[in-house]
Design a protein around this ligand. Sequence first.
Ligand SMILES: [Zn+2]
Ligand SMILES: [Zn+2]
Length: 234
Amino acid sequence: MLAILRKYLADLLLNVLPNHCIYCLSPSSKSICQICLAALPTLKIQCPRCAEPNHHGEICGHCISRPPSFDQVICPYVYSGPVVGLINKLKNQTFALGSDHITDTLIEQLKDHHFDLIIPVPYHWRRLIQREYNPVRELAIKVGKKINTPWLDGLIRSEFQTSQKNLNRKQRLSNLKGAFALASLTTSTHIKGKNILLIDDVVTTGATCHSAAQILKRAGAKSISVACLARTPV
Ligand SMILES: [Zn+2]
Ligand SMILES: [Zn+2]
């Protein structure tokens, strides 16, 4: 109850007093001040393949026993603390206050890489009707503009899955069988021999990105990198 009241007051104050940090309400030219930004949980040590946070920086057991069809995951944050709230905001409104910082941090990490094409992880049309828009697609468009890389709705979600939330790794993989297909306008020229950047908002077990990357690899993609805003902790 207190948290709801605090959030309500913070939103109210920000409307009356712009140029304040959305967390500590101290004066700030950006929606999150430098101190609060530095306190967000960044992903530091991780599996080099799937970016699962770990304590040694070596490839994880999951990637050894069942290598994913993507080659790497580029991700700035751990999905915990205030990052969860920021990503939820981003999912619910296109220009969510504060969320621009986490997308900008991801874009900074992507600037050192080269990709030929960006493809967002698509929503099924039924989910699109429920949510009205796909925030992952908006993120892909923003990233494409900032890193000068073309983007394409290259995949479609051909099957409607039940929520993945309460499923384990194995159940998620079987739930996603046949989930993705190439979009009808996607040709082999778009994919064959290309270094593709697949975009999602949060990577949990990597099952969704694995299934999507599998379709692109079968179509001849040279490499698949995944970019996401946050990775769930173990
Ligand atoms: Zn602050
Ligand atoms: Zn891994």
